[in-house]
Design a protein around this ligand. Structure first.
Ligand SMILES: NC(=O)C1=CN([C@@H]2O[C@H](COP(=O)(O)OP(=O)(O)OC[C@H]3O[C@@H](n4cnc5c(N)ncnc54)[C@H](OP(=O)(O)O)[C@@H]3O)[C@@H](O)[C@H]2O)C=CC1
Ligand SMILES: Nc1c(N[C@@H]2O[C@H](COP(=O)(O)O)[C@@H](O)[C@H]2O)[nH]c(=O)[nH]c1=O
Length: 380
């Protein structure tokens, strides 16, 4: 329903507004997209904004993660700090400004309050909660054009949009493996395969996730705390909700059994688990393992981001990082591609002796056409 509403609100202006973007507006939107790409994935989409002054100067901002100021607000503050005349400026944003009050206020109102009269947004916001910003701006008399770099903006958040449309959290799966793809040695020992820098990066993901899930196999083997901690062991400011999935009960007196916040799902129905987490306001779920639970998520196409930490450690035997994915032949392989976002724009990260690769599902192959008659959805 939400998608229909947003699509109908923005589809017509998209077509009507085609080809009415100046070179300076295109360049400013590219800078907004570049800023968005350097954000962090999670409960919120990646969003960037740029304020284009009449003299051609550009002030850029991006959303730095859940709970922080939205991109428009950051860009407006940067423009104010540089003395831009906002009443004569154009705001370009990669996603339709929100119209709701969440952890921060509605951006559509912040834009109006700043005196901005002209807005260009790349992609509509398909979420029921946040959508409607373009309408609100127009109703207040602002000029709103949409569709500039729409494809790029949609591609940037394709998995996030898909998760929202399905009514489930954005799912990150984390694997900490040896060079030969094992997550535990033959005797079950697994602490630690990866080094301290990797583990600190893993805790940074925990600290921005709303919830962190393991299967009962991991709970029983590892007695994990599932807390987010700084490198010196202190608790991080934000703690994810621990989640346990599977029929078996955690051991009495284990960390998870003792946790008052534990959400326990004696189930293997991952879609139902995710729907319930969504209903509890969990926007970003980190699945830490183990292999059977992550593999079930992968088989169901429910992983939006894979964070794979690989240590230069050989085990030769032990627990493989993944269980059966139901793939019988190479043509059925799941293909993943580096996520070209974040501070390193998709480059692998060296963490001490380890390597971190962040991946997203490869988009399906485009349908083959005999003639190039596919309609062009670009802005010009
Ligand atoms: N290095 C690393 O990154 C990590 C390593 N590990 C290691 O992995 C090992 C444990 O792995 P593993 O045994 O695979 O444990 P898992 O944590 O994957 O738990 C498996 C259990 O998950 C439950 N489950 C819930 N939903 C599903 C589903 N849809 N499909 C299948 N199972 C589901 C089942 O529980 P039930 O039978 O109760 O219904 C199943 O037995 C340990 O040695 C641990 O140290 C674990 C995490 C991370
Ligand atoms: N072995 C292994 C990891 N294992 C993960 O960490 C969990 C323990 O969490 P906690 O009790 O909160 O410290 C464990 O159950 C498993 O999910 N993580 C890594 O970054 N590197 C590693 O080598």
């Amino acid at each position: 329903m939400a998608l229909d509403r947003a699509a109908s609100c923005c589809a017509a202006p998209l077509a009507a507004a085609a080809a009415h973007f100046s070179r300076a507006e295109r360049a400013a939107m590219d800078r907004a997209l570049g800023a968005a790409a350097r954000g962090v994935r999670g409960a919120n989409p990646l969003v960037g904004a740029a304020v284009l002054a009449p003299d051609g100067r550009v002030a850029v901002g991006r959303h730095a993660g859940a709970g922080t100021a939205h991109a428009e607000v950051v860009a407006l503050a940067a423009a104010r700090a540089r003395g831009f005349d906002l009443s004569a400026a154009t705001l370009l944003v990669t996603l339709e400004p929100c119209a709701h009050t969440g952890r921060t206020g509605p951006c559509a109102q912040a834009i109006l309050d700043a005196g901005i009269r002209r807005v260009v947004c790349a992609a509509p916001d398909p979420t029921a909660l946040a959508g409607g910003g373009a309408q609100r701006l127009r109703a207040a008399g602002a000029e709103v054009r949409t569709g500039l770099r729409a494809q790029e903006a949609r591609a940037l958040n394709a998995r996030w949009f898909a998760a929202r449309a399905a009514g489930r959290p954005f799912v990150t799966a984390k694997i900490a493996q040896s060079l030969d793809g094992r997550v535990a040695a033959a005797d079950g020992t697994s602490r630690w395969i990866t080094g301290p820098e990797s583990r600190a990066a893993g805790h940074a993901i925990r600290a921005r996730a709303d919830a962190i899930a393991v299967g009962t196999g991991t709970a029983l083997a590892d007695n994990p705390r599932l807390s987010a901690r700084t490198p010196d062991g202190a608790p991080a400011a934000h703690q994810p909700v621990p989640v346990l999935i599977g029929h078996r009960a955690p051991a009495p007196d284990s960390h998870l059994a003792d946790s008052a916040r534990l959400l326990r799902y004696p189930s293997r129905d991952l879609a139902a688990v995710l729907a319930d987490l969504d209903s509890r306001g969990i926007g970003h779920l980190l699945v830490e393992g183990g292999p059977r639970l992550i593999s079930a998520f992968l088989r169901a196409g429910l992983v939006d981001e894979l964070a794979v930490f690989t240590a230069p450690v050989l085990l030769g035997a032990g627990t493989p990082a993944l269980a059966d994915l139901g793939i019988a032949t190479l043509s059925g392989a799941q293909r993943w591609t580096p996520d070209p976002t974040g501070e390193r724009l998709g480059a692998p990260e060296r963490l001490g002796a380890d390597t971190l690769v962040r991946l997203q599902p490869s988009p399906p192959d485009p349908p083959r056409h005999n003639h190039s008659t596919a309609p062009h959805h670009g802005e010009d």
